[in-house]
Design a protein around this ligand. Structure first.
Ligand code: TXA
Ligand code: MG
Length: 337
C-alpha cells in the first residue's frame, strides 16, 4: 500500500481517507493516533491488522465536540460529568457505559467505551472534518514505544496505512490519563497528562487501579485490557534503577562495568555522566522526562544499544505516568537502591 504523507494544514485530505473507509495516523498532544471511522466495523478492523493488535484490546473513541458524548454513551455519571467539564479538551480518556452505536470491534466485547477529546488543534480539525467519531489507538506497531513524532509513525506504519498527517511533535509525550467513571467510584486505569493530584481536586474519592504499577498475572482479567500486554518495548533490554541519586549512579556504574563490551544507553534525570555508555538527557523533572521517554527508547535502538538503563527518582505529578511506562518497558526489571 502507498502511504500518503499529508501536510498538517491539509486535514481535509486526511478526513477524505476516513470517509472512504481508510485509516490515517494523526498527531495529538499525547502521542500519535491511528484513526478510523469509529462507527464502521470494517474500517476499525484495519487498525488491528496494521498494528498487529490483539482483537480483545478495545480502542478509544476521539471526538471534536462534547455533544458527541451523548450519542456514544448510555449514561454519563456525575463523576464523568465533572471530569469532562474540568479536563476536556485535553489529555484524558473517560470510560463510560457505551451506547449501541459503538461496534463490538471498538469495545472488544466490553459494555463500556473510552472517550477522548484531544486538545491538539490538528487532531481536532481532522476529527471535525471527518464528521464522525474516530477510533484510535497509539500509532505504533503493537508492543513498541508509542510514537511522539511523525517520523516514529513513518518508521512503523509506512506501507501499512493510507495516510500519515505530518504534524508537530507531541507536547505531552505519554498517552492520556484513563479514568473509569462508568460506575459509582472512579478509578485511574492509566496515569498520564492529567495528574492524580489534579484528578482528585475534582474527584476526591478516585482510586488507583493496582495494575498501574503491578504486573498482570497469567489468566487475570484487568479492567483495562491493554494492561496485560507487552508494552513500550524497544529491541534492547531495559532496566530501571530507582532511588536516591547517589545510589542510582553507583548502581548504574556497577551495571556498566559488569557488562563491559555491550553497547549501553542510559536515560538520565540527574545530569549524570557515565563513562562507556551512550547518554540521553531526560531532563530534570518528570514532565520533561515523560516527554522524552518514548523517543529516547527508539533512539537507543537506532544507536544499536544492547541494554538501556533508565534513572528514576520520585512519583509526584507526572512521575506516576513515567513510572508506569518505565516499568512496562522494562517488563518489571527494576532495581531499587
Ligand atoms: O493518548 C491516548 O490515549 C492515545 C491517543 C492516540 O489518543 N491513545 C492510546 O490508545 O493510547 P491505546 O489503544 O494505545 O491505549 C488505550 C488503552 C488500552 O490499554 C486499552 O485496553 C484501554 O485503553 N481501553 C480502551 N477502551 C477501554 C475500555 N472501554 N475499558 C477499559 N480500558 C479501555
Ligand atoms: Mg498503545
Amino acid at each position: 500500500m502507498n502511504t500518503k504523507i499529508i501536510k498538517k494544514n491539509n486535514t481535509d485530505e486526511a478526513a477524505q481517507i476516513i470517509k472512504n473507509g481508510g485509516i490515517v495516523a494523526f498527531p495529538t498532544e499525547t502521542v500519535y493516533g491511528l484513526g478510523a471511522n469509529a462507527l464502521e466495523a470494517k474500517a476499525v478492523k484495519k487498525i488491528f491488522a496494521a498494528k498487529g493488535r490483539p482483537a480483545d484490546n478495545p480502542l478509544i473513541v476521539h471526538i471534536a465536540d462534547k455533544e458527541q458524548i451523548n450519542i456514544l454513551s448510555k449514561e454519563i455519571t456525575d463523576n464523568a460529568k465533572k471530569l469532562i467539564d474540568a479536563f476536556m479538551p485535553g489529555p484524558i480518556t473517560v470510560i463510560l457505559k457505551k451506547s449501541d452505536i459503538i461496534p463490538n470491534e471498538v469495545s472488544a466485547g466490553l459494555d463500556t467505551v473510552g472517550i477522548r477529546f484531544p486538545g491538539n488543534e490538528t487532531a481536532r480539525k481532522f476529527i471535525a472534518a471527518s464528521g464522525v467519531p474516530i477510533a484510535a489507538p497509539s500509532a505504533n506497531i503493537s508492543g513498541k514505544p508509542s510514537p511522539t513524532k511523525a517520523k516514529h509513525v513513518m518508521e512503523d506504519m509506512m506501507g501499512r496505512i493510507e495516510g500519515i498527517i505530518d504534524g508537530d511533535d507531541c507536547a505531552v509525550g505519554v498517552e492520556s490519563t484513563i479514568v473509569d467513571a462508568s460506575s459509582e467510584r472512579p478509578s485511574l486505569l492509566r496515569p498520564g497528562g492529567i495528574t492524580v493530584e489534579k484528578l482528585r481536586e475534582v474527584c476526591p474519592d478516585l482510586q488507583i487501579d493496582p495494575h498501574v504499577l503491578e504486573s498482570v498475572n497469567e489468566g487475570e482479567q484487568p479492567r483495562c485490557p491493554g494492561m496485560k500486554y507487552k508494552h513500550y518495548a524497544p529491541k534492547a533490554k531495559v532496566i530501571v534503577v530507582e532511588g536516591e541519586c547517589a545510589n542510582v549512579r553507583k548502581k548504574i556504574n556497577e551495571i556498566i562495568e559488569r557488562n563491559n563490551g555491550k553497547i549501553i544507553g542510559v536515560l538520565t534525570m540527574y545530569d549524570s555522566a557515565y563513562d562507556g555508555a551512550i547518554i540521553i538527557d531526560g531532563g530534570n523533572d518528570n514532565k520533561t522526562y515523560a516527554n522524552k521517554l518514548f523517543g529516547a527508547l527508539r533512539e537507543f535502538d537506532d544507536l544499536g544499544a544492547n541494554m538501556i538503563i533508565a534513572e528514576f527518582c520520585d512519583c509526584d505529578g507526572y512521575g506516576l505516568a513515567v513510572k508506569n511506562r518505565l516499568y512496562k518497558a522494562a517488563a518489571y526489571n527494576i532495581v531499587n537502591v
